[in-house]
Design a protein. Structure first.
Length: 140
């Protein structure tokens, strides 16, 4: 029997997931990290991308945009700015956000507008990347 670790994925609005997994993969600012039961304690910033939970052959996918990862030996907590089940991502909305951000960046009026557009572009690109990965795997 494989060991499991308890996982909580929480956004500012709601709890998205609470359950167990054999492996948790999270995109950090410093790179992707894989977490197994009894992982050493860790506190790290999350970047926009895909969180994967695996139990045997079953995998679940979530999109997160920023936040903090806290790892304890038997509990992983993903405190995300935004967290969405991968199957609930809206590709048309992400494409529209990407196009809006690119348009704002092209018509740079202020540094603040440009920086905000860069952040929106990065988030839209991360969502589109997550959607593409899910499609490739054929899972949600």
């Amino acid at each position: 029997m494989a060991m499991n670790i308890h996982v909580d994925i929480v956004s500012a609005q709601e709890e998205i997931f609470s359950g167990t997994a054999e492996v948790v993969v999270v995109p950090l600012v410093t790179g992707e990290v894989g977490i197994y039961p009894r992982h050493t304690p860790l506190l790290a910033p999350i970047k926009s991308g895909e969180v994967r939970l695996r139990n045997g052959d079953d995998e679940q996918f979530f999109y997160v945009s920023g936040g903090i990862l806290e790892v304890q030996p038997h509990v992983v907590t993903v405190l995300a700015d935004t967290a969405i089940r991968a199957g609930d991502l809206d590709e048309a909305q992400a494409v529209a956000a990407k196009e809006r951000a690119e348009k704002i960046m092209a018509n740079k009026k202020t540094e603040v507008d440009y920086a905000k557009a860069q952040a929106e572009l990065a988030e839209a690109m991360a969502q589109l990347s997550t959607i593409a990965k899910i499609r490739k795997r054929g899972k949600t």
